[in-house]
Design a protein around this ligand. Structure first.
Ligand code: CA
Length: 220
């Protein structure tokens, strides 16, 4: 999952950036509204975390611009505790939910999972395909043989494939879901993760399409 973090406050931004990376998101952090729009024009995100009080273009303008382009990306607005009008304006401009500052990271992460899920047309918290069920909250995978725990990156990779069963994702597309800006992408990282996942879940869990990429087969 790739998240765009739009936050001009350095301390809040650093805390969120760190916690999101820990929670296995690929994170791009921008500090003003103009940079947010530039990022959204060139990159596809799974969710946007949008502060409203921003330099250059405020959060509401950014949000209206996102929706005017028919971009359906889930947007979670971050507002001050006393900013009732801001919250209402944000929801009316197309935000999916909001969090109040100062926020607990655990709540922020739970709300992010919820908006991503709802946008995917999925009300249930678990992601299932065939014999595999993925729990984004605990990063656990259930198989026919029991429960397996994955590392953050293993989880991200499997999640990217399981969101679109039957679709082939190339190395570049997978790296895109795993790494934010400025993060060094180790060569063979994707192969290494696939190898680790197959070891934990069985060789059949992820199919390689030679020269194209990887997929999970659409299960019943
Ligand atoms: Ca701000």
């Amino acid at each position: 999952m790739r998240v765009l973090l739009v936050e001009d406050d350095r301390m809040i931004g650093e805390t969120a950036h760190h916690a999101l990376k820990d929670a296995s998101y690929a994170v791009d952090w921008v500090r003003d509204g103009a940079d947010a729009l530039a990022a959204l024009a060139t990159q596809t995100y799974d969710v946007v975390l949008l502060d409203l009080g921003l330099p250059k273009k405020d959060g509401l303008e950014v949000l209206r611009s996102i929706r005017s382009k028919d971009n359906p990306v889930p947007v979670l607005v971050v507002t001050a505790r006393d900013g009732l009008q801001d919250r209402i304006a944000g929801l009316d401009a197309g935000a999916d939910d909001y969090v109040l500052k100062p926020f607990e990271m655990t709540e922020l992460l739970a709300r992010m999972r919820a908006v991503v899920r709802r946008k995917g047309g999925q009300a249930m918290p678990l992601l299932s395909n065939g014999s595999l069920t993925l729990d984004p909250a605990t990063r656990e995978v259930s198989t026919r043989d029991g429960t397996v725990r994955l590392s953050a990156r293993e989880f991200s990779l499997l999640q990217a494939l399981m969101v679109r069963p039957g679709a082939i994702l190339s190395r570049a597309e997978l790296e895109d879901r795993l790494y934010g800006w400025g993060e060094e992408v180790e060569s063979n990282a994707v192969e290494f993760l696939i190898h680790a996942l197959r070891k934990k879940l069985g060789n059949a869990a992820i199919k390689n399409v030679r020269g194209v990429g990887w997929m999970v087969l659409k299960g019943d």
